[in-house]
Design a protein. Structure first.
Length: 208
């Protein structure tokens, strides 16, 4: 369900506030020294605003296919000169990648909300968009060996599949395999609340 917007159009997701610090802890040391960060499905804009505030030397490019969320992103990032206006990108539709355009591509809490074919498009396009030695960072809940890791995750996954059988939690091993086929080097970081951060680097492996 979409949280309600404030009078200025700003949308706030309580879950983004809860996981913001854990995401920052993992991403800040792995952000590029310079260049561009593209966020796919930026939603409310909470994560990209937090990252941009910490790294004024980087250029951040939020995106979302929902006009209301793009408006929220732009309001939230007002005053951050290193954040571009939110772009209209549908991650599950092929053709959005600009080759070698991003030093990091960030995806937060999206994979469980899209189908397997849409995920395949997203991963392929993100790999194309990465600059040499760029990093794709994917945060969210995942299956491990086909299973959820808590009763809460099992319930949430079942609810998602009841709404749409094509969506639901993705298995982290499947995601890892796809990324490796795309010739990316993969690291998995455990996060709070049974979530994971999947980090995949383009080019020669030098450690994430």
């Amino acid at each position: 369900m979409t949280p309600s917007a404030d009078a200025d159009g700003r949308i706030t997701a309580p879950s983004a506030d809860r996981n913001r610090d854990a995401i920052l802890q993992v991403l800040l040391p792995r952000l590029p020294r310079k260049g561009d960060v593209l966020e796919i499905a930026s939603g409310t804009g909470q994560h990209i605003a937090a990252l941009a505030a910490h790294r004024p030397d980087l250029d951040f490019h939020p995106s979302d296919p929902d006009p209301a969320r793009r408006a929220s992103i732009d309001v939230r990032c007002k005053g951050l000169p290193n954040v571009a206006p939110a772009g209209d990108i549908d991650a599950g539709q092929a053709g959005w990648a600009i080759a070698n355009a991003a030093d990091m591509v960030l995806v937060v809490n999206l994979l469980h909300l899209i189908s397997d074919p849409e995920m395949a498009v997203l991963l392929d396009e993100a790999a194309q968009a990465l600059a040499p030695e760029g990093v794709l960072a994917i945060y969210g809940p995942f299956l491990r060996q086909g299973r959820t890791t808590s009763d809460g995750d099992a319930t949430f996954d079942a609810d998602l599949r009841a709404q749409d059988p094509a969506i639901g939690y993705k298995d982290v091993d499947v995601v890892r395999t796809v990324l490796q086929v795309l010739e990316l080097n993969v690291e998995i970081v455990k996060m709070p609340a049974n979530n994971l951060m999947v980090l995949a680097r383009a080019g020669k492996f030098t450690g994430l």
